[in-house]
Write a protein that binds this ligand. Sequence first.
Ligand SMILES: [Zn+2]
Ligand SMILES: [Zn+2]
Length: 680
Amino acid sequence: MPRHGISPGEGHPRSSWETESDRSRGSPRLRLLWIGLAVALALPDSLVLWAPTGAHPLPAQSHPARFGRLVPQLRNAFGWWNLTCPVCKGLFTAIDLGLKKEPGVAWVGSMATKLCKLLKIAPPTVCQSTVQLFEDDMVEVWTRSVLSPSEACGLLLGSTCGHWDIFSSWNVSLPAVPKPSPQPPKPPAPGAPVSRILFLTDLHWDHGYLEGTDPDCENPLCCRQDSGLPPASRPGAGYWGEYSKCDLPLRTLESLLSGLGPAGPFDMVYWTGDIPAHNVWHQSRQDQLRALTTITALVKKFLGPVPVYPAVGNHESTPVNGFPPPFIEGNYSSSWLYEAMAKAWESWLPAEALHTLRIGGFYALSPHPGLRLISLNMNFCSRENFWLLINSTDPAGQLQWLVGELQAAEDRGDKVHIIGHIPPGHCLKSWSWNYYRIVARYENTLAGQFFGHTHVDEFEVFYDEETLSRPLSVAFLAPSATTYIGLNPGYRVYQIDGNYPGSSHVVLDHETFILNLTEANEPGATPQWQRLYRARETYGLPSALPAAWHDLVYRMRGDTQLFQTFWFLYHKGHPPSEPCGMPCRLTTLCAQLSAVVRRAFGPRAHQGNRTFFHGAGVAKYRRGQLLCLCPASKLPWDCCLSWLWSKGLRWYCPSRPDRSWAGQPGTLYCCCCQVARLLK
Ligand SMILES: [Zn+2]
Ligand SMILES: [Zn+2]
């Protein structure tokens, strides 16, 4: 998404680049090629920044695949068949050198700003600020990745000239130790101790929140000083927050933390990041550090001696999503952030954890005997982390380190909890599949997975690799503290089997608490935090183990009432006014079963007639056709099409026509290809 920072200009007037290109012979074609490549990579994702789901954009189509189609077209259009490898490398070296100099960065910035304004991607002032914020990092990344002589010429002229491996596949190695036979946890004995874990995520404190300002402004984040006042016909932002594209004032976070009493007491706290607000076009390192220290101090003040274990979110950095792997050193590196985190969180984390936190923003520790907690830096899995263009192979060696931690825990007979910000189903493909494999290998050891980032209340079920039908793990995606977008403020409490010798440390149940904003913002009202629901009671679950969540999805498939309950809770008690019809429901259910990366429409999906974005699932009508209902997922193909099938609608998968008709009428089928088309 932030890649638009260097988008030099699709639809850019021809005369402009011609004038520029007069400076060096032969460069017009290369410049156009460069523009083509840049636009191809940068543009589609850039729009996401301003989409309603901007904080958590949907994955776009894979870049190598896009290039695979683009290259022959560009070759024909610009005729570089005769370009030799040394000349190609020479040209890209020159381009890189030129770009990295101040005028080069300024040129890229001005082109990107023009493009942003031309396409009305954001209001002009937002375009300007965003480009300024991103241009340096983006030029650095692009000259070291897509535009590096080896990568670019490898792509253009083939592997004899260089190696194109942007987002290429990779594998972590698993130890030779055979996988123990699966042993599902036994229910705890009656009266066994139950541990309560407070789960906080996506606090998104807006320092500039201002009551009475316009909640429906044109900027990507409203209810703040720069939003202006609403027209007389509409009310301004509420005192405690607003059902709009707004984050939270400090007082609401204080109220949340001070009102935790009835939900406690807590044995520990998991806190999975996204501390700053969504004003991503205007954030300095100083702003981010102020958010980190202010909110950390607030959490300490209200939770006192309860141990808190944080994870790094995608909004902690600036530019947003910019998390260079540890091989990037100097001013571009993340050390300004990780050092500050290590200092702020020093009293919560042991020295060994602070050490890896400083290097890569992840760590492991043992909160109790028999339990290992692993906090992952999920920005190293993220497709929005533009630094991974340089090298996306197991960034920071984090997954290989995770395997080591899990194997050591298995050897000791310990159980493991994993916490992180971005859920595994939203990651880059190779990262996601490797993670899936690791989860399956260590199913006996891994007792819980806890994530945030989507801001809604959902989950992702993992299956065994052999049959893809036995649920073996579930990742809980807890709802945000923030209202962004249109939600009630909220938090989660997990009940865990433990802590006693031999406890399984699995989730026994969870509860979600909210602040009803409509009531809280009434004149004279005081904020009342209340329990919204208890999972097992509400859904009638026999346990909170993976199979129960799998069954719940299948029950919701046939029970509209049950699904509506889920839909209400998914939005923390404030669902959108538009009802969740059939495609929306299918997509939402499918997303709960897909713990690997989903292929979905990129931001251009907004240009169609109707688009549904619910979690990572996407369904879309375009010109009366339904496109890509269900993401390609590592699932039995039993996920999402029964309603359509039962109505006699037919599916067509362009990439796998042979698989288009699999299954029986009345069965729920997941589409097998990345883009499916529904034919009437
Ligand atoms: Zn967030
Ligand atoms: Zn996030």
